[in-house]
Design a protein around this ligand. Structure first.
Ligand SMILES: Cc1ncc(COP(=O)(O)O)c(C=O)c1O
Length: 396
């Protein structure tokens, strides 16, 4: 029998999706599930984007340019200028979601066995993208007790070796909801310049910054032009996860030329979805104001309900729509499975993401779960109540 690759064997399963068969089984048995495991917002996609697809008068659904349509890239650069990010359309490659932008970034700057430093816990698929690129993740641990703030800069410097090529941050963070301050970005900028590393920032949640805090992009650091690579996406901003449109942005011409070769190999990003994404850029500010208000209310209710549970720890997110919750249990994989298989309150249960997969350090985060607050407030209250009742009877 032919064998599959070592890389294939090492590819981690998504901690967000791996419990799906158990959820399907629970639904078959008639249970209702509150899905807190996945960042699929229930917010409506802007009408302007949906209309653009309905009105598109296409005879041939052709490939687009590998780097994405020029008009769309020009409109993206105008959007960035409004956010004080001075890039032009040639600094942008449109990708199939932020996911492909991450793969292109990894492929463009790292070779087999190179190292990338990532504050942990991090977006679980960074593990998958690193394995696919045969790159080693070197975690720097941020702690729930510190609200997941950036660890001291000396912690990063201790980890830099001759193989280190980049530092990757997610801002605001999935799964922590942490929003980096301008000072923290400046500190990172200083290290990458000192050690000649790339700084990759995954900014797909840029708009989701709460409590009057503003998002500060690595692209606003003018002296970082050769070092900075930004990852972006329409998925969360416009609740357009299924469009599969994102982009890679850098002022470093060699990075863009290299990423373009990867983009050419896959021919083109989705053509129809670029039409919708271009139209989405005209979404009125009122849409975002309403969405942010809704998420802040959800976050506040979720956190205050969770804090009522004995023995539970939670860090208050300042952005995005996730939080890490530490539970008085030993193994959240078992707990999450048990919730689906063996527990309900009046026929209802909850699906959560076990947090172990958001760490690369073995054994860390096993008593934590990630909650995505992508459901309405009533559902969140019911879901937290289910977790509370579950913890009363659960035995590790
Ligand atoms: C931090 C982060 N980066 C990237 C992605 C990838 O998003 P997409 O490929 O849908 O743009 C996600 C999706 O959840 C995410 O949370």
């Amino acid at each position: 029998m032919p064998t599959i690759s070592k890389k294939g064997q090492l590819m981690p399963q998504s901690p967000i999706r791996k419990l799906v068969p158990f959820a399907e089984e629970a639904v078959k048995k008639g249970k209702f599930i509150y899905y807190l495991n996945i960042g699929q917002p229930d917010i409506k996609t802007p009408e302007i984007a949906l209309q653009a697809i309905k009105n598109s008068n296409i005879d041939i659904l052709a490939y687009s340019r590998s780097e994405g349509s020029e008009v769309y890239r020009q409109k993206i650069s105008a959007y960035y200028k409004k956010h004080d990010i001075g890039v032009n359309h040639n600094d942008i490659i449109v990708t199939t979601g932020g996911s492909e932008a991450l793969l292109f970034a990894f492929g463009s700057i790292m070779d087999v066995d190179d190292e990338i430093i990532i504050p942990e816990p991090f977006y679980a698929n960074y593990n998958g993208f690193s394995t696919a690129s045969a790159v080693k993740v070197v975690p720097v641990i941020s702690k729930i007790e510190d609200n997941f703030a950036l660890p001291p800069i000396e912690e990063f410097e201790k980890l830099i070796t001759s193989k280190t090529k980049a530092i990757l941050i997610c801002n605001p963070g999935n799964p922590t909801g942490y929003l980096y301050s301008k000072e923290e970005i400046e500190k990172l900028a200083a290290i990458v310049k000192k050690h000649d590393l790339f700084l990759i920032a995954d900014e797909v949640y840029r708009e989701f910054a709460y409590d009057g805090n503003t998002h500060y992009s690595i692209m606003q650091e003018t002296e970082l032009e050769d070092y900075a690579i930004m990852i972006d996406s329409v998925s969360k901003r416009y609740s357009m996860c299924g469009a599969r449109i994102g982009c890679l942005v850098s002022k470093n011409k060699t990075v863009i030329q290299t990423a373009l070769k990867f983009a050419q190999a896959r021919l083109s990003p989705p053509t129809l979805a670029q039409i919708a994404s271009e139209a989405a850029l005209d979404t009125p500010q009122s849409y975002f104001d309403d969405v942010i208000e809704e998420y802040v209310e959800r976050r506040n209710i979720l956190i205050s309900e969770l804090q009522k549970i004995d023995g539970l720890k939670v860090a208050k997110p300042k952005g995005a729509f996730y939080c890490i919750v530490e539970l008085p249990i030993k193994n959240s994989d078992n707990f999450a499975k048990w919730l689906l298989e063996n527990f309900d309150v009046n026929g209802e249960t909850v699906m959560v993401a076990p947090a172990g997969g958001f760490y690369s350090t073995p054994g860390v985060g096993l008593n934590q779960i990630r909650i995505a607050y992508v459901l309405n407030k009533e559902s969140l209250i019911k879901a937290v109540n289910i977790i509370k009742e579950a913890l009363k009877v659960y035995k590790d």
